[in-house]
Design a protein around this ligand. Structure first.
Ligand code: HEM
Length: 170
């Protein structure tokens, strides 16, 4: 039964047992009501059904986003670090890789493109770290979490990002 399955998935995902459950965007789209409400934020799936009534921003905004990728609306509000921490409680799994490719394609950066080598360009790095911004400066990128005064430096090698160090934010 579907309800039971998502419940088990939530327990397993929260406990960190084994690989995270994977769901397609089609499966997510079915959970779009107060009976069952799932959201995608930065490629991760959250079951917010039991959070609907508790959400400080109201139930309605969550229901509007239910069954969808809510990354943009979640980020537009500028949620606090506490709110980001709360996400963990509702985490149930990851978006299926086939759907992530589509969803993430707008974030893929062609490192050979000279226009992208200038500093100061910002990209949402939803595929890498929830809520992090990428400050691009060839050949290394700084990843910055808005609420934290540090940035993670990464280098791109053949499209693979290698974490290097945490540096103070300027
Ligand atoms: C599981 C996902 C979410 C969690 C855990 C969450 C949590 C919170 C929390 C804790 C607050 C209080 C303010 C803060 O600490 O930032 C808040 C406010 C708010 N949230 Fe969310 N939220 C979620 C998703 C969303 C989504 C998808 C929207 C869509 C628009 C949204 C819209 C709002 C709004 C409008 C406020 C009120 C902001 C204000 O009054 O200044 N939230 N949320």
């Amino acid at each position: 039964m579907e309800g039971g399955r998502s419940g088990e998935a939530a327990v397993a995902a929260a406990a960190g047992d084994g690989p995270a459950p994977v769901f397609t965007l089609e499966e997510v789209a079915k959970r779009n009501s107060s009976r069952e409400a799932w959201l995608v934020i930065h490629g991760r799936i959250y079951d917010v059904t039991r959070f609907l009534e508790e959400h400080p921003g109201g139930e309605e905004v969550l229901l509007e986003q239910a069954g969808r990728d809510a990354t943009e609306s979640f980020e537009d509000v500028g949620h606090s670090t506490d709110a980001r921490e709360m996400l963990k409680q509702y985490y149930i799994g990851e978006v299926h890789p086939n759907d992530r490719e589509k969803e993430g394609s707008k974030f893929l950066v062609d490192m050979a493109d000279p226009h992208l080598r200038s500093t100061g360009l910002r990209f949402n790095v939803s595929l890498l770290h929830g809520g992090w911004e990428k400050l691009l400066s060839w050949p290394c990128w700084g990843l910055r979490q808005p609420e934290k005064r540090e940035r993670e430096c990464v280098c791109a090698t053949h499209g693979v990002l290698l974490p290097l160090a945490f540096l103070p934010c300027f």
